[in-house]
Design a protein around this ligand. Structure first.
Ligand SMILES: [Fe+2]
Length: 306
């Protein structure tokens, strides 16, 4: 399969820099294995052609259940989660249980960090803080311990790097990758063929023909591939040479004015990216949010996709 398991370049100063940065963010690298996500296991060796990437579920169980059903219909071989399972929504525990049961691996997002380290919520709005306070009140010690064990990145067969926000390190540990300029900088910080990210809640896809992280990458080297999905599905042909940054959008709180849940499938055999949008019962999530005392803005935001 093209690009799968190809050899690494000779280690260089920049490569060592990337590895060191990743170790600082994730702890020491674990041994490759195909086991379900558990503590410290963030380097997998798998050979499956269709990989679903989900992110930013935010306690929205109704949306997650619909997305998991959709993954089944679309013959996905494995599901990977990019974090922010909790926060905002009314069912963080249930979402975490579904992720543990259905995903090969999950990494920590900034909302998981906030759950464990409330001091990181400086500057957050009241709605975001309310979601974390609710999760902390209602999640079990086992669930919190599991969240504490999650890595902050993963690598799949040295082909796909997964991070919550961006491969570019930032002082507060969280940055937004939204534009071609952001992507050009980010391509300098990883060597895998694919980097999958979440955090913005907006689906996006950037490609470059530049093959290694060591090259200087300018705006002219980066293309953004539009992900239009009026009929619920968008397909993008991925270059077999070069590298790609993919954001699957958000399962539980889309912010691109489309309220449907969003997730991506990378078909490694056909070298194709599929973006899927899935309808779910937003009014039911609003009912559940109000029933547990969360602010009404949670449901209003879901209805607008904002
Ligand atoms: Fe998020």
């Amino acid at each position: 399969m093209d690009g799968w398991g190809t050899g690494r370049e000779t280690p260089s100063v920049s490569w060592v820099r990337i590895r060191l940065q990743r170790m600082l963010r994730s702890g020491p690298e674990a041994c490759p294995c195909g086991a379900r996500a558990e503590a410290g296991c963030n380097k997998l060796g798998i050979s499956v052609p269709r990989i679903a990437i989900i992110s930013d579920i935010h306690g929205n169980r109704v949306a997650l259940e619909q997305v998991l059903r959709d993954c089944e219909v679309r013959n996905v071989d494995a599901i990977f989660c990019l974090g922010d399972v909790v926060g905002y929504g009314p069912e963080p525990s249930e979402c975490l249980s579904l992720v543990r049961a259905n995903c090969k691996l999950c990494i920590r997002g900034n909302h998981e960090d906030a759950l464990l380290h409330p001091e990181t919520m400086k500057g957050w709005n009241v709605v975001a803080k309310a979601g974390i306070a609710f999760a902390r009140r209602t999640m079990s010690a086992d669930a919190l311990a599991f969240i504490g064990s999650l890595p902050s990145s993963f690598a799949i067969s040295e082909t796909i790097l997964g991070v919550h926000d961006s491969p570019v390190p930032s002082e507060d540990g969280m940055s937004y990758l939204r534009t071609k300029q952001d992507a050009a900088e980010a391509f300098g910080w990883f060597s895998e063929r694919f980097c999958v990210i979440g955090h913005t809640h907006v689906p996006s896809c950037f490609v470059t023909r530049v093959k290694t992280a060591r090259d200087t990458i300018g705006l002219d080297d980066v293309d953004e591939r539009p992900l239009t999905s009026n009929d619920g599905r968008s397909t993008v042909e991925l270059p077999r040479l070069g590298r790609v940054i993919i954001n699957p959008g958000s399962v539980g709180q889309p912010r691109d004015r489309d309220p449907r849940a969003s997730y991506a499938v990378i078909d490694l055999g056909r070298s194709v990216l599929e973006l899927h949008r899935v309808e779910y019962d937003v009014a039911e999530v609003l009912r559940r949010s109000l029933a547990v005392g969360l602010p009404i803005q949670v449901g209003e935001r879901l209805a607008m996709g904002a």
